[in-house]
Design a protein around this ligand. Structure first.
Ligand code: BEZ
Ligand code: FE
Length: 289
């Protein structure tokens, strides 16, 4: 095509696709290019602005390492990770929420009732609940992969002072579907903002904070795996999570209890001398189709 114009270029692009282009690729590439072209036309995008966009992508690539995932972070702060999550979340299951870049595979086993807090300071949080199906029946043998930051707001992979797997644990529930563990009360923290994604946040006058949360991945044979997070209802950033991860059903309430009410049978039973926080949070999985 020689007579390409600003008005027909999107159709010309589509005409360049081979007739036997796989239909889903045609649909996705067609929609992506249509929206990109409309974006340029709508904003009357200048050369300098488009070059700044390309420099942003190059900047993301330049800081990308095995522990630093700037493209994922870009997807997170633009709301794309959460949008794709919500498009495919089952309404019957507990909502999914962003995985984030700090999950590590190979977390050490954590017994039911086990402790992740260890020597770290801060209030004890006892988190427990049931992994259940949509009828409320326990899912025996489900696995719960848990992770969070230390009280300094850093994940183990970001912090040389922590062991590789501190605040990471993998728990297998029993026949009653129940999980229980102790940890330190999670804190709110900032996503990495010293790279190109931080520049975008600042340019938009946005902060880099996430509300405090626990991350869960829940898996069980025959059920759809769930990647999610749970958030306390009194967190100051609950309504302004910079990665859009909060959903109504993922908001929980900590109940403060006196030390004397700490239950028996936990790894740290007998050693709790201060009031502790308690939360009960059940997770629902849907069967795989
Ligand atoms: C996180 O919660 O670990 C996280 C999620 C998205 C971006 C950065 C961190
Ligand atoms: Fe997190």
């Amino acid at each position: 095509m020689r007579t390409v114009t600003k008005d027909n270029i999107t159709d010309v692009f589509m005409s360049y696709l081979a007739k036997d282009t796989e239909p889903r690729i045609r649909e996705i590439m067609g929609a992506l290019v249509r929206h990109l072209h409309d974006f340029a036309r709508e904003t009357n995008l200048t050369h300098d602005e488009w070059r700044a966009g390309i420099a942003f992508l190059e900047g993301c690539a330049a800081v990308e390492t095995k522990d630093r995932h700037e493209f994922v972070l870009a997807s997170d702060v633009l709301g794309m990770s959460s949008l794709v999550d919500m498009l495919h979340s089952s309404p019957e299951a507990t909502s999914s929420s962003v995985l984030g870049p700090f999950h590590v595979s190979g977390a050490p086993p954590l017994a039911i009732g086990g402790d992740m807090k260890r020597h770290y300071g801060g209030p004890v949080l006892l988190a427990e609940g049931m992994i259940k199906d949509v009828d409320g029946k326990p899912i025996a043998g489900a696995e719960l992969d848990i992770w969070q930051t230390a009280p300094n707001g850093l994940y183990a992979s970001q912090d040389d002072e922590q062991d590789m797997y501190s605040f990471h644990g993998l728990m297998k529930v029993g026949a009653d579907g129940r999980y229980a563990f102790t940890t330190v009360k999670p804190v709110e923290y900032t996503v990495p903002s010293d790279g190109p994604v931080g520049d975008i946040l600042r340019a938009c006058g946005r902060h880099p904070w996430r509300p405090s949360h626990l991350h869960y991945i829940v898996t069980a044979p025959g059920y759809r795996s769930l990647v999610t997070e749970i958030f306390p209802d009194d967190d100051p950033y609950l309504d302004q999570d910079t990665v859009f991860g909060v959903r109504n059903d993922l908001v929980m309430t900590y109940v403060e209890r006196p030390a004397g009410e700490f239950p028996d049978g936990m790894e740290i039973s007998g050693n709790v001398t201060d009031p502790f926080l308690h939360v009960e949070f059940d997770v629902t999985l849907v069967a795989e189709t």
